[in-house]
Design a protein around this ligand. Structure first.
Ligand SMILES: *Cc1c(COP(=O)(O)O)cnc(C)c1O
Ligand code: SF4
Length: 465
């Protein structure tokens, strides 16, 4: 029997209250306080009581995953903030400096906020909270799902959690997204994302999910929910008051012929080990829903092939299907977390080669960039030139998918825009077409898109000689 747990969030104000936190060395505790004035900090009682190994501070991966660390700010940023805290500066001054530093941390990764918002034909207005980048799949960002059961310190949505972005993304829940889906029969997948859609109440979840039971949504075959709840709050599916209702809802969709996929965000095998985590997995699977796993690769949390190997093996044992390894985006505390692409590839390969075929459903390491999801497939030498072999797992034009292309090998590169085409080519093969696609969209929807800016932001850098 798993005992019920009442969810408690812990943040900056609780640093001196929680008994486990006494294990944190004084300097580290102060550093966490300083950094959490700038970057969001939220952990919860499940992570603190069941997942973090308090005898392994500060190296414990789940501690690193949720507790802001000194190295997440540049030294001068840290010192500016620390000085204000030391001299007990007024709140206004703290906020002003915090905001300045936040702007230095690239709060909007390229294209995120504007690039893929579709418009409804009837009024030529955007469908807020929906992103439609790849033909088959629409992303939905319910406004009530824009937070999480804890905050990952590497999260690329950090700006949203500290209230910097105006949540242009969030749907108005006026059914505009349903209208859009009805009018776009090419969409067969809907992917709910956030934040974490599983922070929503059952009632809210029903508002978003039950429409798919109607015949006009027959073309929507697969319903995915991207969630970290299986790792951050598995009680959601086990002992929470609405747990059974949530599972019933999944079951209803499955019975209606939908493939329901819980896209579980797991960063470390530890997250699969507690009794409640295992029970949550079982209960979700008993509804007929499938759990697939995805995770970014980040320094200090999981930059070791042994961690991935064990994670994929444990997932396969529990019937979870490994799906994606992502490269972390270039925002927030990127210097603290980022791993060069060649290393990400090595870690992927060293783990991949040590699991059976059942674990080799995973793909990556993959960058979700402006043109699509670009995966590093290998490092090779062709005609004497060392190159990265790249491929699109997903692309704005489906024709680009699974066509190997080549970038000059570069050990400093951590993102697509650091890569240059190999063999003396001036640009990657997709560049002109991408430009055209973005410009066409910009012309059609000028109130939503600013393609020019986005092109400069990421892509020209990625493809230009
Ligand atoms: C990853 C992603 C999807 C889903 O792609 P799949 O390859 O089907 O998993 C859809 N839309 C966006 C914007 C994405 O980044
Ligand atoms: S679960 Fe996802 S959205 Fe939530 S904090 Fe972590 S990375 Fe960000």
């Amino acid at each position: 029997m798993i005992e019920k747990k009442q969810m408690r969030f812990y943040g900056i104000r609780d640093l001196s209250k929680i008994p486990q936190f006494k294990k944190i060395p004084k300097d580290d505790l102060f550093a966490t306080k300083v950094v959490s004035h700038v970057l969001p900090f939220r952990t919860n009682n499940y992570l603190v009581e069941e997942l973090i190994d308090w005898d392994n501070i500060p190296n414990d991966p789940i501690y690193q995953l949720t507790f802001p660390q000194k190295g997440m700010l540049e030294e001068n940023q840290f010192n500016r903030m620390a000085e204000l805290i030391h001299r007990k500066a007024p709140r206004e001054e703290l906020n002003k400096t915090a905001n300045k530093i936040r702007f230095e941390l690239n709060p909007h990764p390229a294209g995120q906020m504007t690039a893929n918002v579709p418009v409804l034909e009837e009024d030529d207005e955007p469908v807020r909270g929906v992103q439609h980048k790849y033909r088959e799949t629409a992303l939905v960002f319910p406004s009530a799902g824009q937070t999480c059961h804890a905050y990952c310190t590497f999260c690329f949505r950090w700006a949203q959690f500290v209230g910097m972005t105006d949540l242009k993304f969030a749907t108005d829940e006026s059914n505009r997204f349903q209208k859009y889906l009805k009018q776009h029969k090419e969409i067969s997948n809907v992917l709910f994302t956030g934040g974490d859609p599983m922070v929503m109440t059952l009632k809210k979840l029903e508002v978003f999910l039950t429409p798919f039971l109607k015949p006009e949504f027959e073309h929507i075959r697969n319903i995915r929910i991207g969630t970290k709840s299986v790792a951050y709050w598995p009680y959601k599916f086990v002992t929470d008051d609405e747990a059974d209702g949530v599972l019933k809802l999944f079951e209803k969709l499955v019975k209606a012929g939908k493939h329901v996929a819980i896209m579980g965000h797991y960063n470390h095998w530890v997250e699969l080990t507690t009794p409640v985590a295992r029970e949550a997995v079982k209960r979700i699977q008993n509804t007929g829903a499938v759990i697939r796993s995805q995770s970014p690769i980040v320094k200090h949390v999981n930059d070791d092939p042994a961690i991935w190997k064990r994670m994929w093996k444990d997932q396969v044992s529990q019937g979870i299907i490994p799906y994606y390894m992502f490269v972390e985006r270039d925002t927030g505390a990127k210097n603290y977390f980022e791993i060069p692409l060649y290393q990400a590839y090595k870690i992927f390969r060293d783990a991949f080669k040590n699991v059976s075929g059942l674990g080799r459903t995973v793909r990556g390491p993959s960058m979700s960039a402006l043109p699509g999801k670009v995966s590093i497939e290998g490092i090779s030498e062709i005609n004497g030139e060392k190159v990265f072999v790249l491929t699109f797992l997903q692309a704005r034009n489906p024709e680009w998918v699974k066509r190997p292309f080549f970038a000059k090998y570069n050990e400093d590169a951590t993102w697509l825009n650091h890569l240059k085409p190999a063999f003396g080519k001036k640009k990657f093969f997709y560049k002109d077409e991408l430009k055209k696609i973005l410009e066409e969209r910009a012309a059609k929807d000028k109130h939503v898109f600013n393609a020019k800016e986005e092109l400069e932001d990421e892509h020209l850098a990625a493809g230009a000689a």
